[in-house]
Design a protein around this ligand. Structure first.
Ligand code: GAP
Length: 513
């Protein structure tokens, strides 16, 4: 069986993620909570590795900019709850909403722009369109699959009207509406705006005055700290401020595993430039961010950059008209083929101007080189960390029936949760002692390693393949006589014999730290 695609891949991947401890449903023993996920012992390692690689290329070893100079970026870690005025200034209180429809029968909520997609995937629609006998279907399958459908609720009345030909006509006839519920077939209300921010109260009194919000994006912390960063560091225009952290959105339809959740991590950069210099920085970041995802092993044919159409632009990019997404071909991307992984937006001076206006604090920058005072403009590459993790998991999942355990995770070595497995072939004849020494060296110099002396070597390889461990080192009878070990490569299954003393160097070259 080759590596599955589409829904079959998601099913296998979700099962492996739970079985091997990558991702668990939050509070699963209580039945779970929709849109919230926990990252298990292996998942947290991959997620942290992705975060660290991002932080490294942003803050510690930033790339070379379009002018050949090293890009300057500093980091921040801001509070999740901030002054509520932040969200008034940013436009989130007024505008951060999705149009939402409610089913009048089952009361479920749907994002208006997702309802038709969900309907196309709905079980009741597929089942109804397959039948030629509407009455029989209404009295049998319909009762279970679509209890809210007019044809099921008022069978006689609907059957009394002529059944039109064609799929769309038949559906409209059965539902007696254009707006049908993907879950139960009932009818949906007109779209109403629904604000996505989670509310909370600061202090003991739960009134309007003490209301606060969990941040829906990490970006605003970089804007309201702009002056602090300029005053406390030696950054000069152009420069960036970035952070990685949790964001919260009360998504109407969280779906597709960790792709759209209600609590997630973002990795965002706000890059401040002179207003005349925005085009080349927009293009620079668009190229740089796409290359970064490629460098982590996401395949070219599953990655693309797509410019937004005018009607999809976020409120802060309406004036600039420049916004694009790095998109990945997730297994659930369906007919569109690709879905958003990271957004790159030219936000103009929208945010700084808004914070300046609402806070009354001057946020202009004095540019000594230009002898000019101005509000910088911003290019924002905003990536999802948890969404990035999902792309990495989808890319890594591979089925190879020729192996003892056919499922393996082909992670890029820098992202792999365990860098090497270390196995004594047998638990005697001096092998465990050498294995233990190598294991400790690998942990100290390379990163997480796994010592495994249980069951056959084949089973140990299989366990490491499922965890995505790039190398396995086996200490065998020959090691005791000539101090050499075998190193097995996860992707090829090939083994080489090297000096035990060279293991750390060998891994350093291939895995990095
Ligand atoms: N500051 C701009 C901003 O937040 P966004 O496109 O709404 O822009 C940026 O979010 C990235 O955050 C997205 O490209 C996606 O990777 C991730 N993201 C957004 N909403 C998410 C959700 N509900 N679940 C998981 N990731 C999400």
């Amino acid at each position: 069986m080759p590596t599955p695609t589409g829904p079959a891949l998601m099913e296998k991947l979700v099962a492996l993620c739970k079985r091997r401890g990558f991702v668990f449903q939050s509070s699963e023993i209580y039945g779970g909570i929709n849109g919230f996920w926990d990252y298990g012992p292996l998942g947290v390692e991959v997620k942290n590795n992705l975060r660290d690689v991002w932080w490294d290329v942003m803050v510690h070893n930033p790339p070379t900019g379009p002018d050949g100079e090293e890009v300057q970026i500093v980091g921040l870690d801001c509070s999740i709850i901030s002054h509520p005025k932040v969200w008034e200034a940013s436009g989130h209180l007024g505008g951060f909403s999705d149009p939402m429809q409610t089913c009048r029968q089952c009361k479920r909520l749907f994002r208006a722009d997702h309802a038709s997609e969900a309907l196309a995937e709905s079980r009741w629609v597929a089942s109804f369109l397959e039948t030629a006998d509407s009455r029989r279907w209404a009295e049998r399958e319909g009762r279970k699959l679509a209890p809210g459908l007019a044809l099921v609720r008022n069978t006689q009345a609907v059957l009394g009207q002529a059944e039109p030909p064609g799929r769309a006509g038949r559906l409209r006839w059965a539902a007696q509406t254009e707006q049908m519920c993907p879950e139960c077939g009932g009818d949906l209300t007109e779209p109403r705006q629904f604000n996505l921010m989670f509310e909370t109260w600061v202090g003991a009194v739960r009134d309007e005055e003490n209301k606060a919000y969990l941040r829906p994006e990490t970006a605003q912390g970089m804007f309201y700290n702009f002056k602090n960063v300029v005053d406390s560091t030696r950054v000069k225009m152009p420069f960036g401020i970035c952070q990685v952290g949790r964001s919260f959105r009360n998504e109407v339809t969280p779906r597709n595993f960790i792709f759209r959740s209600r609590e997630f991590d973002q990795m965002e950069l706000e890059f401040f430039v002179h207003p005349s210099d925005t085009r080349r920085w927009y293009e620079y970041w668009r190229q740089t961010r796409w290359e970064w995802w490629r460098s982590l092993g996401l395949a070219d044919e599953r990655l693309r950059v797509r410019e937004h159409d005018r009607d999809e632009l976020a409120h802060y990019a309406k004036d600039s008209g420049a916004c694009c997404d790095v998109e990945y071909a997730f297994p659930f991307s369906g007919d569109k083929g690709f879905t958003e992984l990271e957004g790159i937006a030219y936000r103009t001076d929208y945010d700084l101007a808004q914070h300046q206006k609402v806070s009354g604090t001057r946020l202009e920058y004095f540019d000594q080189d230009r002898n000019e005072r101005y509000l910088p403009h911003v290019i924002e590459p905003a990536a999802g960390l948890t969404r990035g993790l999902l792309a990495v998991l989808c890319e890594a999942y591979t089925v190879d029936e020729s192996r003892p355990s056919p499922e393996l995770m082909r992670f890029h070595p820098r992202l792999a949760p365990i860098k090497a497995g270390v196995f004594p072939l047998v638990n005697k004849e001096g092998m465990p002692e050498i294995a233990e020494r190598i294991y400790k060296d690998v942990r100290r110099h390379i990163g997480p390693a796994q010592y495994d002396a249980k069951q056959s070597i084949g089973k140990r390889y299989a366990r490491m393949d499922e965890a995505g461990t790039p190398y396995c080192i086996t200490i065998d009878g020959q090691t005791v006589t000539d101090q050499t070990v075998t190193v097995r490569d996860r992707d090829t299954g090939n083994q080489v014999r090297i000096e035990a003393e060279q293991v750390v160097e060998y891994l350093q070259e291939r895995v990095g730290r």
